[in-house]
Design a protein around this ligand. Structure first.
Ligand SMILES: *Cc1c(COP(=O)(O)O)cnc(C)c1O
Length: 452
């Protein structure tokens, strides 16, 4: 029989049968496998830490979201928000499901083209589009969402020069009752800027105003903000139709749906408070069909949902490096997952599960990452069992924004693997190496080979 692991005795207040703020406490939950594949095997094969994505969850989540909108509105088109997770394998899954691409830079635009997305299925957002980017987008027939007047004027010059019609929309920002307001992107609705931009575009030859766009925020907890926003875009579409007999072809409601992660400082867990796709769909589609838009010219509804479509599909597996007692006798566990690869730990209280059977005795613990930096805290305070060095931990719901916002800081970025629908593992992004960073650097001749 294996020798039992020594656990240092501690004094704990007995809380059995006493509810905490989430209700009755339950047994320590563990996560030993992801879709039937033992986390131990994944780490043995791909190292620790390692990101794992589930193709099945991505597809099922997409289909659930699509169904919620399609069943309430006749014409719906999703466009995958590249910045949320632009690993090519991930983008390909969304494109395979029927999603177009939504990009916010020249880099992302080229990525979408390389992923085989036809130019006329790319939505080009964001405040930073170079003249070369704009020209390429016009030539490819992409949908250009104009962010500010300077961009509008650049585009006017470009279309005049190349003599090709641009398909454009404007991004509109507005008061939706959610504060702070996101008014730095696009043209404001309330002060008349949006209407002004529409009039300028309508009077420009070689510009076809095909859509109206808004992206009101991210992790929006209230569906009412979408009702307000869709209503305001519908008003602009109606005004445009009245004045110019010109019908807007699509209304793009952007992204921003909340995922099931729990925000820092939230009283209840995110999975209990986040609205469902049906809730969001009900709010948006009701506002559109109840508007004054002529039903003969009902616009296509575009959605650029990012976070809510991919968060649940991502896991991060890591291992314990050490345990220690802080000066105030508090227990601290150090793991090999730092804020450099788990960027969302700045906003979320990520759940963390032991990756193997463990003691049921928990203690209020701080979980630190491996960086030599005070801010490298994954969880400030969590009821956690004592794990030993090399024990595994699993952090669920990390699919959104981590694999794009991660930083090469102190450590290199780890492997990313995908579990396909037949439970095969595929390496979809290789762990970085010193070689990669060396290739980018140039040491001036006079500093080379110095003896120290
Ligand atoms: C980031 C972004 C999205 C996706 O937002 P989520 O909050 O992840 O759904 C959609 N549209 C635009 C313009 C964006 O910048």
């Amino acid at each position: 029989m294996e020798k039992l692991k020594y656990e240092r005795p501690i004094i704990n207040k007995i809380k059995a049968g006493v509810p905490d703020k989430y209700g009755m406490s339950t047994r320590v939950q563990i996560k030993t496998d992801i879709e039937g594949i033992p986390v131990k095997d994944i780490v043995n094969q791909y190292g620790s830490p390692v990101f794992v994505l589930s193709e099945k969850t991505i597809r099922e989540t997409y289909q659930e979201a699509h169904r919620a909108f399609q069943s309430r509105y006749p014409k719906v088109q999703f466009a995958w928000s590249y910045k949320t997770n632009y690993l090519d394998a991930v983008c390909q899954i969304f494109h395979d499901e029927g999603s177009w691409a939504e990009v916010v830079s020249g880099f992302e635009y080229d990525k979408a083209i390389e992923n085989g997305v036809p130019g006329n299925k790319i939505i080009f957002n964001g405040p930073d589009k170079s003249d070369a980017d704009l020209k390429k987008a016009v030539e490819n027939g992409s949908f250009i969402h104009i962010d500010h007047f300077d961009e509008l004027y650049s585009l006017m010059r470009i279309v005049k020069k190349i003599g090709k019609k641009a398909k454009v929309a404007i991004r509109v920002n507005m008061d939706t009752g959610v504060y702070p307001k996101w008014d730095r992107f696009g043209f404001n609705y309330e002060n008349g800027e949006a209407w002004n931009a529409i009039n300028r575009i309508m009077l420009t030859e070689n510009m076809d105003l095909v859509g109206l766009h808004t992206h009101i925020g991210t992790y929006m907890m209230t569906t009412n903000a979408y009702t307000v926003a869709a209503g305001k875009l519908a008003d602009l579409a109606v005004k445009t139709a009245q004045k110019y007999k010109h019908h807007i072809k699509y209304i793009d409601m952007g992204g921003g749906f909340a995922s099931k992660n729990t925000l820092k400082g939230a009283y209840l867990p995110g999975k209990d408070t986040c609205p469902s796709f049906d809730d969001y769909a009900e709010a948006i589609t009701s506002a559109l069909i109840n508007s004054e838009i002529d039903p003969e010219h009902l616009p296509v509804l575009f959605l650029e949902t990012g976070r809510a479509l991919i968060d649940d599909a991502g896991y991060l597996i890591g291992s314990v490096l050490a345990n220690k007692r802080l000066s105030n006798a508090r227990r601290a566990t150090i793991i090999d997952i730092g804020v450099n690869i788990l960027f969302t730990s700045f906003w979320y209280e990520h759940e963390i599960y032991p990756g193997q059977a463990c003691s049921q005795q928990t203690e209020d613990t701080t979980i630190y990452g491996p960086l030599c930096m005070n801010i490298d805290v994954i969880r400030e305070s969590i009821q956690f069992p004592l794990l030993q060095k090399n024990d595994l931990v699993v952090i669920p719901r990390v699919g959104a924004y981590n694999m794009t916002q991660w930083m090469q800081f102190i450590t290199l970025r780890p492997n990313v693997v995908l579990i396909d629908r037949e439970q095969n593992l595929h390496l979809i992004r290789k762990k970085e190496t010193n070689e990669i960073f060396k290739n980018q650097e140039i040491v001036p001749k006079h500093l080379k080979n110095k003896k120290t």
